[in-house]
Design a protein around this ligand. Structure first.
Ligand code: URP
Ligand code: ZN
Ligand code: ZN
Ligand code: ZN
Length: 475
């Protein structure tokens, strides 16, 4: 009997700390050997000339999430995970969103049932807490954390999701007690409403009004408030989708004070700007709606500030915040109300398949970050922050054989027609990249190769996590 089910031979293996020429031996879906030479495998893949990276972990994606009356998200679990796999990912983390008035447990159960049997790659589920009742805080959340839902997102804006300061503090306190991870969407609700209504009164209803309704002040203020609450409760938090210089400054300030404030950014904040929401050059005057997401992309100076934050170690992770809607669709960006005001354009853009190539090209190929940093930002740190380490996120014996083979020299132009998501556009249409994931291996099985999907939906597992007991604080 061969020693290994699969050997990846001759590649350059990259982790968050090392870059070495090595073979990888895989058995029963796990890495069992990383060595100069691995022999005796039932199947071999020749990786010479390629980089062998941990498969991407995208810890911030929205899949099949309820999105308001008449609006439908463009991806279900099958399409989102197939698109993720084609883009070099082996694990995604979407959100079970609690509608107000409903049980969080029922929400988690229903969302999990939807994912079951559909996923091509492994999926771990976060919660969104929109209604922190006594029952949710006292019973449901602690029980769900114990059952493997060890992270939850809270919102400081959006009509149906916003928590007030008291509620944020209560959720933070539960996270501290249970050792769970809180993700914070930091934008100030009241300020956005104030500005949105003012813009509408002035007739500024086109998609670009979205950017005007959420200037950096709105994000900076909320980031500062979230940091202050986290300090008060003494709990680490992750501030997600940080868009620009001002929130980055708040986070750097907090980290400088020794607070455990983690930060995430996304490719849109490194490559797009608010100008994209003007749709300049497109005869369709709603075209800017494709770029409406929150927080909105900013400007060149903010892109530089976020790159600098990445280089200085202020950011732990780069996620996609994949939140796909179709553009040319009455259930998507061009819904009837969305045509009347930016306020009704569903927020979010597709990016699950393009996150890694865009960051690799703009980061590694352009010399802004090292390959090791790329791995940390796209896989290792996600696993560490959200309880998937040491199962996922690196290449060493014992880890799941979740790998992406990259051709660092391959030039591609991102186009909608080569992608696998359910949306009908990509914000990166025509974007030229250097570096491309040519093969994705999930637990030892090739699931994507050269844009072809090979695995069956349903082979991906729903992964439960557990908290680090040292993170639980009883006082
Ligand atoms: O606009 C965005 N980012 N939509 C997705 C939901 C969220 O807040 O992450
Ligand atoms: Zn958010
Ligand atoms: Zn951190
Ligand atoms: Zn999001």
């Amino acid at each position: 009997m061969p020693d290994f089910d699969l050997a990846i031979r001759g590649g350059t293996v990259v982790t968050a700390s090392d870059t070495v020429r090595a073979d990888i031996g895989i058995r029963d879906g796990r890495i069992v050997a990383v060595a100069d030479r691995v022999e005796g495998a039932a199947r071999e893949i020749d990786a010479s000339g390629l980089l062998v990276l941990p498969g991407g972990i995208d810890s911030h994606v929205h899949i099949a999430q309820p999105s308001g009356p008449g609006i439908v998200m463009a991806d279900d679990f099958a399409s989102a995970t197939r698109s993720a796999a084609a883009g070099g990912n082996t694990c995604v983390m979407p959100f079970a969103l609690q509608p107000r008035g409903e049980s969080l447990r029922a929400t988690a159960d229903a969302y999990r049932a939807k994912a079951e049997g559909q996923c091509l790659i492994d999926t771990a589920i976060h919660l969104i807490v929109s209604d922190p009742t006594d029952a949710v805080l006292g019973q449901e959340l602690p029980a769900l954390v114990a059952d493997g839902y060890t992270s939850f997102k809270v919102f400081m804006t959006y009509d149906d999701l916003v928590l007030n300061d008291r509620e944020l503090l209560e959720v933070f306190a539960v996270a501290r007690r249970e050792g769970a991870r809180v993700m914070v969407h930091a934008e100030g609700y009241d300020t956005i409403r104030f500005l949105s209504e003012k813009l509408e009164r002035a007739g500024e209803t086109r998609p670009y009004g979205h950017a005007l309704s959420r200037p950096q002040t709105v994000e900076r203020e909320a980031a500062h408030r979230a940091i202050s609450h986290a300090e008060l409760i003494d709990v680490p938090i992750v501030i997600v989708h940080v868009s620009g210089s001002e929130a980055t400054e708040q986070i750097a300030w907090a980290q400088g004070r020794g607070l455990r404030i983690h930060a995430e950014t996304c490719p849109q904040y490194l490559t797009l700007t608010a100008e994209d929401m003007k749709g300049i050059g497109d005869p369709d005057d709603m075209a800017g709606a494709k770029y409406v997401c929150s927080p909105p992309p900013r400007d060149a100076a903010s892109q530089e500030a976020v790159w600098s934050g990445i280089q200085r170690g202020i950011f732990d992770i780069v996620s996609s915040d994949h939140c796909p809607f179709r553009y040319d669709d009455p259930k998507g960006k061009l819904n009837p109300r969305g045509r009347t005001s930016f306020r009704w354009i569903p927020n979010g853009m597709p990016g699950i398949e393009t996150r890694l190539p865009v960051l690799f090209s703009e980061g590694v190929s352009k010399g802004r970050i090292s390959l090791n940093k790329f791995v940390a930002l796209t896989a290792t740190n996600h696993a560490k922050l959200y309880g998937l380490y040491p199962l996922k996120g690196s290449i060493a014996p014992g880890f799941d054989a979740d790998l992406a083979l990259w051709d660092p020299n391959r030039r591609e132009t991102i186009r909608q027609e080569i992608l696998h998501h359910g949306s009908d556009y990509t914000p990166w249409e025509g974007f030229a990249v250097t570096g491309w994931p040519v093969m994705t291996i999930s637990r030892g099985e090739v699931v994507a190769e050269e844009g072809r999907i090979l695995g069956e939906p349903g082979r991906g597992r729903i992964v439960d996590r557990s908290v680090d007991p040292a993170e639980r604080r009883v006082d």
